[in-house]
Design a protein around this ligand. Structure first.
Ligand SMILES: Cc1cc2nc3c(=O)[nH]c(=O)nc-3n(C[C@H](O)[C@H](O)[C@H](O)COP(=O)(O)OP(=O)(O)OC[C@H]3O[C@@H](n4cnc5c(N)ncnc54)[C@H](O)[C@@H]3O)c2cc1C
Length: 372
């Protein structure tokens, strides 16, 4: 007889939803994670009393009511609204592209009509027919000024290539908001869990046992019959020892610094849009929670190529990787016991709300419980 109904690999947000719902219906779970902490990529480390988002800045935003209701059981959310600022050389602009951006870029522009006319004139001037690369695509959507100051350098840093060498299909739309409104997201709900994400995930796990610093392979070799079923929130290719090949990712490198000043940049997120500055963003973590600590912690974000062993941040859902992933899913479907889940098991970029919503579907399929 197995000791547990489920072994859950990974202690991130996807796993926490499953563990919470399984416990509610009387199923026993053991959670393991190779990292020394819970919460996966939404983990916050306390540095100088500030919740530092160790794996990149995380802002919760959603329009899915059942997800919003669900997370509010485990944390109270503050009223943080993401309003990034972009620095281009010695110029400073509000994001997303909105009337504040346009009136700063073109001082003669005050009204939505004037902004639309300015963009339309620049789009016409670019004279692009069928865009053949990302640069042409952007020029045909927003014109030269917005492209050169706010899109070009940032995108080139993100992809490590010139915009002229990137496919047009990467950018489908470049939404322009013709209101004076710096709220980055269009979602119905948004905020940061007060006290940080780790505390919220801890509340979701409740009494479910979690073993940290525990690698699946070694653990299962020593405990082959520990559970009837396995929910695997790690990379699917790794679990098959890359026998069909490796899935690819884009990665990030973070450099954090504690500064002996109270307020460094006056905003949580500042983007650097010129290519010559090697990082894409500086995050000042305390502003996510309106912190008043005497010191501050900032993190510079550098996009990076991914190689085996690096943290897999963004899946590259191109033809090669999508087809490889489908082959792994096929392999997995022949196994009865292991179910792949989460952003790594699904090889998908999921915002937190989508990861939680996908976990609800897993709960329904596996436990027969519908979350309304
Ligand atoms: C840079 C960045 C910024 C983001 N910002 C936002 C944002 O602002 N808003 C938003 O909504 N979403 C954001 N996201 C998305 C968010 O991080 C994910 O939705 C979320 O982390 C998914 O949780 P998960 O549980 O599926 O995966 P994870 O959090 O990755 O958890 C998986 C866990 O499994 C463990 N694991 C893997 N393999 C093994 C193994 N073999 N043995 C043991 N343990 C294993 C890992 O150590 C990890 O802890 C961002 C993502 C990135 C990359």
């Amino acid at each position: 007889m197995s000791q547990y109904d489920y072994l859950i690999v990974g202690a991130g947000i996807s796993s926490a939803v499953f563990a919470h719902e399984a416990a509610k219906v009387g199923k026993t779970c053991l959670v393991i994670d190779r990292r020394p902490h819970i919460a996966g990529n939404v983990y916050c480390e306390d540095i100088e009393g500030i919740n530092v988002h160790k794996y990149g800045a995380h802002i919760f935003h959603t329009s899915i009511r059942r997800v919003w209701d669900y997370v509010n059981q485990f944390a109270e959310f503050n009223n943080y609204v993401n309003s990034p600022v972009a620095v281009y050389k010695d110029e400073l602009y509000n994001l997303p592209f909105n009337m504040n951006t346009f009136s700063k870029m073109w001082p003669e522009v005050r009204t939505p009509e004037q902004a639309k006319a300015k963009i339309a004139a620049q789009v016409a001037e670019a004279g692009i027919g069928e865009p053949s690369n990302l640069e042409e695509q952007a020029l045909s959507l927003v014109g030269r000024d917005v492209y050169e100051k706010l899109i070009k350098g940032y995108t080139e840093k993100q992809w490590g290539r010139d915009c002229k060498d990137l496919p047009a299909s990467i950018i489908k739309r470049l939404p322009c908001r013709f209101r004076y409104d710096n709220n980055y997201f269009n979602d119905r709900w948004q905020g940061i869990p007060m006290g940080g994400y780790t505390k919220m995930v801890e509340a979701m796990f409740g009494d479910t046992p979690v073993k940290l610093n525990t690698e699946y392979r070694e653990f299962i070799a020593q405990n082959p019959d520990v559970a009837d079923r396995v929910i695997y929130c790690g990379p699917i290719d790794e679990s098959y020892d890359y026998q069909l090949g490796r899935l690819e990712y884009r990665s990030l490198r973070f450099e954090s610094e504690i500064l002996d000043e109270e307020n460094h940049q006056g905003n949580a997120v500042v983007n650097y849009t010129e290519r010559e500055v090697p990082y894409t963003r500086i995050i000042e973590h305390k502003h996510f929670e309106y912190g008043t600590q005497p010191k501050t912690v900032i993190t510079r974000e550098y996009p990076a190529d991914w190689k085996p062993g690096d943290e897999p941040y963004y899946p590259i859902n191109d033809e090669r990787n999508s087809s490889l992933y489908a082959q792994y899913v096929d392999l997995a479907s022949k196994e009865g016991k292991v179910v792949f889940a989460g952003r790594l098991g699904g090889y998908k970029y999921y915002d937190m709300d989508k990861a939680i919503d996908a976990a609800f579907d897993l709960v329904e399929a596996e436990l027969g419980v519908t979350i309304a």
